[in-house]
Design a protein around this ligand. Sequence first.
Ligand SMILES: Nc1nc2c(ncn2[C@@H]2O[C@H](COP(=O)(O)OP(=O)(O)OP(=O)(O)O)[C@@H](O)[C@H]2O)c(=O)[nH]1
Ligand SMILES: [Mg+2]
Length: 413
Amino acid sequence: MERALLVTLKLKKGKESWSPEEKARELAELAASSTAEVVAEMIVARDRPSTRLFIGKGKAEEIASLCMEKNISVVMFNNDLTGSQQKNLEEIINVKTIDRTQLILDIFARRAKSNEGKIQVELAQLLYLMPRLGEEEGIALSRLGGGIGTRGPGEQKLEVDRRRINDRIAKLKKDLKALSLQRATRRKQRTKFSILTIAIIGYTNSGKSTFLNALTESNVYVQNKLFSTLDPTIRSFLLPNNQKALFIDTVGFLNELPHHLIESFKGTLEEVVNADVLLHLVDISHPKAKEMEDAVFTVLKELNVTDKPMITALNKIDKLTENEIKRFERTFDNAVPISALKKENFQALIDRIIIYLNNTVKTYQIILPQSKASLISAIYKTGHVTKREYQGDQVHIEAQLPVSFYEKIKKEL
Ligand SMILES: Nc1nc2c(ncn2[C@@H]2O[C@H](COP(=O)(O)OP(=O)(O)OP(=O)(O)O)[C@@H](O)[C@H]2O)c(=O)[nH]1
Ligand SMILES: [Mg+2]
């Protein structure tokens, strides 16, 4: 296990929604979610970061002796460092330094299980590396030692020059495109027999996988660590009105999630983009619950899915008092309080889904000539056909269809 020192920069001016202390706390959670043991933490106040050494020479020297004294093997910075800052810091500190993005990439690399997940992580790593190669040839290539911040999902060597990295990036993107096509085909197959797909989204560690497990009695990996889930998992659930819904659990979001990661995980996140409804789980037992909600909205904006219908569930109410829950219900408009762990209040949440469904999906009786084959096939693809009878050259279909779809085809009937 690596022994880590965590360093957070505190800028003297300006007030942000996450204080340096709160950011430091999340960095510690990230570190604990990799394989590091946090030995010491430090908040460094400055007017602005130093271009050369980020935290300045004095602090760097202080860190160097602390590392000696406490036998620290890695220094983690809570910001992004430039390649040259990293190199300059390492020259003084004499132990490996990594920045926040590298730490997150490392966690992702450890968690990646599926082929697609591994490709996505490798792509994110290379996209992170590329601009740094130009800036400081030595640094990225010298970190092949292993340990946090150096690990590739496969044993992909980084001892390649920039051109080969570019080729590799192009290849990975191509592979992801092919996988994305496969994913689209599978999605079509899946949705053929169900009326509704619900993507469970939320900040990492908010309880998404726990909820999916509790609802559908499955066993998706749950852990009190950040980014436990990387690959989308899909489970079906029969709603009380006998309509089948698909629930999709996928990668969690984070405040200031590195852009490369979102970019690289577009494939996985397609499940969110293509869902009918987003079920947003907020961990209201967390002191930064509101800010976490904002962070989720920021990622959704980046994915261009701001207009999707969303049901918000306030999770982990078993950790709160009645009064606290009431207060949160006022802060989060229209949200349903639940406990995924204790399976509390699921009924209210399901009722909410049914209300949504009743407003958006209805049962229609449709009579049309058999010759309208493409229309019939569109009905099958979009909805859930419950009955089909032939009367001469007419066909009578009973189907549950999205209201919007029915409005579109109505004039052709
Ligand atoms: N007390 C309490 N703990 C919960 C509840 N729901 C989830 N947890 C705990 O929160 C931690 C994270 O749960 P996960 O289900 O892995 O969270 P996730 O949102 O899937 O996290 P990532 O996959 O890492 O993004 C675990 O330790 C769960 O046991 C809840 O309702 N109450
Ligand atoms: Mg999970």
